[in-house]
Design a protein around this ligand. Structure first.
Ligand code: F3S
Length: 76
């Protein structure tokens, strides 16, 4: 499971994902998170390197609204 995407309608802009995994998540001007890894633009189509999967898991666990989706296959 190494494809990730933020369900932005559920993101409350807490920033925890960006703190846990800054190479994967960034916050837009409104503080809403997006997957930036590899230029993904939150499409969930860029496989995240296995060296970063631990950080990714920490980000997922740190999100208070569970809005980071994980998949074994690309989202689109
Ligand atoms: Fe949003 Fe969750 Fe990150 S609320 S800012 S996706 S930790």
């Amino acid at each position: 499971n190494n494809f990730a995407s933020v369900s932005q309608e559920s993101c409350i802009a807490c920033g925890a994902c960006n703190s846990a995994a800054p190479e994967i998540f960034d916050l837009d001007d409104n503080g809403i998170a997006e997957v930036i890894y590899g230029g993904d633009s939150n499409r969930g189509i860029t496989a995240i390197a296995k060296e970063l999967l631990e950080e990714l898991q920490e980000a997922i666990e740190s999100c208070p609204t569970n809005c980071i989706q994980l998949s074994a296959v690309p989202f689109a």
